[in-house]
Design a protein around this ligand. Structure first.
Ligand code: TRH
Length: 364
């Protein structure tokens, strides 16, 4: 199949920024490779700050109920993300087009990123549609992942060029971040149980630290914890070894720059984890917490892929509340070596968009 296909990507924003974050990154990667995308999203608000510059090959459409399908040019590729269900009216017009045109098509269900073993087993499996307007068609499961037998990770072809040109001092100055000789640590997290210990560790460290706190939940969590510390232990940061900068919401491009500019990155969810890997800087992952503790298996599966560094793995468990031991000391040197090794392994995998386009090409 030639480039320039039209893709319909469907996204339901459940919470946080990850659903739309992943979908926008996927849409722009496809668009940069010459594909055209209609991105259907029920709540497009976050796109305004995440991607302030529209892309000429991406049309953002508000996914209304009922969905508006009149006069819509049919597309050959449907991509539903994270199990969101495409409306029957839309499937119906797609199915009619597929039957009438006699052309092949692809209907893909893109799943969440995980390092668990089932991902290799389930990636690429067909799922025949047995009922409804799409009856007779086949969907395929696409699982992003960290190993060869999975769909890979989002990694746009231009990332290295951008990275090589990046001037962190210039970028920090442009953001009004005046920094001296302190180490820079970015913080993007939910409400980590070990946040209190973490702040104290940095306040008592030999090296001064500037904590660059991202907007939203991370910022609220830090401010709450500081208030608690100020009441319980007013001298906790008496030498002011730890200083804070509260950041605005960045575009995805500048979020990358933040990760590239820091010595250590705390990330969360799905998309920022992948960006932290490509940033090639030591990172700590706050996994999206689930009520049934499913995240604990997911975290262990990921940790088992990382090069062995006892303190790195142990830090992750405590940071994510899966172990109540005291928070291990940050060992930047050791974590840096391990991160570089992990990134080197990951860049050898074929990226997600190359795999998706290859899959679509095979079905045509
Ligand atoms: O926001 P998240 O916690 O999203 C989560 C996860 O995706 C999780 O798996 C999912 O189940 C849940 O949402 C619903 O973390 P994530 O995935 O890293 O997404 C954050 C996105 O926000 C990412 O694309 C980076 C972007 N971002 C910016 O562009 N600018 C910013 O300033 C910040 C803080 C984030």
């Amino acid at each position: 199949m030639k480039t320039g296909n039209l893709w319909d990507i469907f996204c339901k924003v459940i919470d946080n920024f990850g659903d739309i974050g992943v979908c926008w990154r996927l849409a722009s990667d496809l668009a940069e490779r010459g594909e055209r995308v209609r991105l259907w999203v029920d709540d497009p608000t976050a796109i305004q700050w995440m991607a302030p510059t529209p892309h000429p090959r991406i049309e953002v459409l508000t996914w209304t109920q009922p969905i508006q399908v009149e006069n819509l040019q049919p597309s050959q590729i449907l991509l539903e993300t994270f199990g969101c269900e495409i409306d029957p009216e839309f499937i119906a017009s797609y199915a009619i087009w597929v039957r009438d045109s006699g052309q092949n098509s692809a209907w893909i269900n893109l799943e969440y990123l995980s390092a668990e073993a089932f991902v290799e087993r389930s990636h690429g499996l067909p799922s025949p549609v047995m009922s409804g307007p799409g009856r007779g068609l086949t969907k395929h499961f696409f699982y992003p992942g960290f190993t060869e037998k999975t769909g890979g990770l989002l990694r746009e072809p231009t990332i290295n060029q951008r990275f090589e040109k990046f001037d962190s001092a210039k970028w920090l100055a442009e953001q009004g971040l005046v920094v001296g000789y302190e180490q820079l640590v970015s913080l993007f997290c939910y409400e980590p149980p070990a946040l209190n210990d973490f702040l104290q560790q940095l306040a008592n460290a030999e090296k001064p630290t500037r904590l660059l706190v991202t907007a939203g939940r991370a910022s609220t969590a830090v401010q709450t914890e500081i208030q608690r510390l100020n009441i319980a232990e007013p001298l906790w940061n008496k030498h002011e070894q730890l200083s804070f900068s509260y950041l605005p919401l960045f575009s995805q491009e500048d979020f990358d720059h933040l990760l590239w500019a820091c010595d250590l990155n705390f990330v969360r969810g799905e998309d920022s984890l992948v960006r932290a890997i490509w940033a090639n800087k030591p990172f700590v992952w706050h996994i999206y917490p689930q009520d049934d503790l499913a995240h604990s298996h997911k975290l262990e599966a990921f940790l088992s892929l990382l090069p062995q560094s006892e303190s790195w793995q142990a830090f992750h468990r405590v940071w994510n509340g899966l172990n109540e031991k005291p928070l291990p000391n940050i060992d930047l040197e050791q974590w840096r070596v391990a991160t570089t090794e992990f990134k080197a392994r990951q860049v050898k995998q074929i990226d997600l968009v190359t795999q998706l386009m290859g899959f679509v090409a095979k079905t045509h």
